[in-house]
Ligand binder design. Sequence first.
Ligand code: GLY
Length: 416
Amino acid sequence: MHASRTPSRTGSEEPSDGPPDGPPGRPYDALVIGGGIIGLVTAWRAAQRGLRTAVADPAPGGGAAQVAAGMLAAVTELHYGEQTLLALNLASARRYPEFVAELEEASGQDVGYRACGTLAVAFDPDDRAHLRELHDFQRRLGLESQWLTGRECRRLEPMLAPGVRGGLRVDGDHQIDPRRLAAALLTACERAGVVFHHARAERLTLAADRATGVELPDGTRLAAERTVLAAGSFSGRLAGVPEGALPPVRPVKGQVLRLRVPPAYAPFLSRTVRAEVRGGHVYLVPRENGELVVGATSEELGWDTTVTAGGVYELLRDAHELVPGITELPLVETRAGLRPGSPDNAPLLGPSALPGLLVATGHYRNGVLLTPVTGDVMAEVLTRGELPDEARPFSPLRFQSAPVGPTTPVPQEQPT
Ligand code: GLY
């Protein structure tokens, strides 16, 4: 990581001279803390609306998207009690084709969007009963999902194990390559004039009980009318944020593998295939370029991102049960990332309890899926000051039980 006193200007115009300890000229209209896909889409949309926008991140384009599989699985990842989140997930899934077209045009890059659908299968009677219940629930909510016999599943995906007893065909759950998405958003931001400060935000700065920007590790202060906290699972520990305004997010570790399908084996799978195996979830996401992503563990282990033998073993064991032929494929990458989990598994979007501080975090298992709608919602709230109706249930204020209190101290050690 390196901290830059001078902004690394990648946008269209260099800021004019200004005071040494602040952004040149006047405060940014919007300063985004965190250059993962959520921070970048927020910055891109804000800049498109004419806001003078900056991002602070030591390595923009990184974050959880570098590990994520990129399933756009609003229907197959439906959970009981999450119908409010489902509405937002579906709204974002509907926007995806247009979002992709606009982003590819703005960046000149292919983001690997694949309208391939998903097949969720079951092996033993318990898994089958669970899947049947999910199917009933989906139908009650008016979602498109078709029950298939084991034989029909294998006709669709011949590499599936013979033990498959049935499954759900969901033709509307697609995929995108999150690494390409992040790279394209970075370029789109640069082309839209977003200023990048390649440094970690050390601390939020305050004046008269209002957020005024951030301080970087070298003491540089970046002033902003509105600061957006979009630092994924690290959003819950930014120094200087008063207790009542700190988003209650925690890291949830996910280990993910990447295999490669040699051309001679293609087409190995034609759509995303997933299953519940011994209570855990396993999914295989085939890309057009031959990458096959296998995910994911879900572990409450704090900030640990170690790839473990046990995690890799479980993923390969479950994936092998689903598609035995994976043992022939080269294993090209093992990696762990941190999902930003919130208390109700839904994101936090919009103004916090602290004037001048907004939040876009807590996307948990749906960060890639929710990228388009998050960009639109955050641009709306940054320009008009109000959350659009679709995002009102996701206000960070739903977790606020006490008035904004004292600020959090600077931690001894900050994640990077
Ligand atoms: N949405 C997939 C995961 O979080 O593993």
